[in-house]
Ligand binder design. Structure first.
Ligand SMILES: NC(=O)c1ccc[n+]([C@@H]2O[C@H](COP(=O)([O-])OP(=O)(O)OC[C@H]3O[C@@H](n4cnc5c(N)ncnc54)[C@H](O)[C@@H]3O)[C@@H](O)[C@H]2O)c1
Length: 257
């Protein structure tokens, strides 16, 4: 058994580095905004600024896709949207199940951004018998007794866990046994999964803790170099935080589990 993605190689089988894969959704988000404004072409500098990425890095990333742009014209926005979507596997529909339909699960079910990006919420599952049959975001909640049948009959490969932490591992195991191979985990616990199963973890409280650290560091810097303790401690902690920096130096809101 392996825990999350700890031992995955830094390069995927088709030769695209993981760091590039992690930036593709940023490019896609910026390109989609351009496409919605009917902008036909974009320079690497403009797109890099819109995506919050360094332009040399962007050109290198796009070279992995075989996309080099045209000198003096830039990149064709629609074609790049298609290329990145295809690379990310978004040109097909991905049925997703959400397990745990409490405050968070219901909010996720109501989020329109999944469907618009090709993630169809196929089912909502909860262990509370009182929830069964109740509509959330227009979908009737189904009881966990149905979990295996739902996964198999809908060909679901992506599961979202929004249960309390204590239930998450067991839910994860049932999802995986039924055929799910990718899990987005919102429960504040580390999941153990077999090799071949990808887990991404979202923990907003960790993000807030990191922001709190930076706030503390800023306060230490304002105190000046002679203030001693806090500024020194903050610099030491900054070195630790730097290890967590995302591909472009920002802090990822979604971290590998
Ligand atoms: N990642 C984040 O940033 C973030 C933010 C908010 C909440 N959370 C976490 O998300 C989880 C849900 O939070 P919430 O506020 O929606 O809680 P909640 O209590 O409102 O909802 C939890 C739901 O899970 C259901 N449930 C319990 N055990 C289950 C099981 N074995 N199988 C299926 N369903 C089960 C419950 O019936 C309930 O409907 C918690 O673990 C919480 O800590 C994470």
């Amino acid at each position: 058994m392996a825990t999350g993605r700890t031992h995955r190689p830094a390069t995927r089988s088709r030769g695209i580095p993981e760091a590039t894969v992690a930036r593709l959704p940023l490019y896609l988000r910026a390109l989609t905004a351009l496409s919605e404004r009917s902008v036909p072409t974009v320079s690497s500098e403009e797109l890099a600024a819109a995506a919050g990425v360094n332009s040399a890095k962007l050109r290198k990333d796009f070279s992995y896709l075989g996309s080099y742009g045209t000198r003096g014209v830039g990149y064709d926005v629609e074609y790049l949207v298609y290329q990145i979507s295809r690379e990310l596997g978004l040109t097909q529909d991905w049925p997703v199940v959400i397990v745990g339909i409490g405050n968070l699960g219901a909010a996720l079910a109501n989020y329109g951004g999944f469907a618009s990006r090709g993630f169809r919420v196929a089912a909502l599952i909860d262990a509370d018998p009182a929830m069964a049959g109740k509509p959330v975001a227009g979908i009737a909640v189904q009881h966990t007794d149905e979990l295996e049948h739902i996964i198999e009959s809908n060909g679901v490969s992506i599961g979202v866990i929004a249960t309390p932490a204590g239930a998450a591992q067991q839910v994860c195991e049932r999802l995986v046994a039924a055929g799910v191979t990718s899990i987005l985990n919102f429960a504040p616990t580390v999941l153990t999964v077999p090799d071949g199963v990808d887990v991404r973890k979202v923990d907003l409280s960790i993000e807030l803790q990191i922001l709190a650290f930076h706030e503390q560091r800023k306060a230490g810097e304002e105190d000046g170099p002679d203030s001693g303790g806090p500024a020194v401690a903050a610099r030491a902690a900054a070195a630790v935080a730097d290890d967590r920096k995302g591909p472009d130096g920002d802090m990822p809101a979604v971290m590998p589990a």
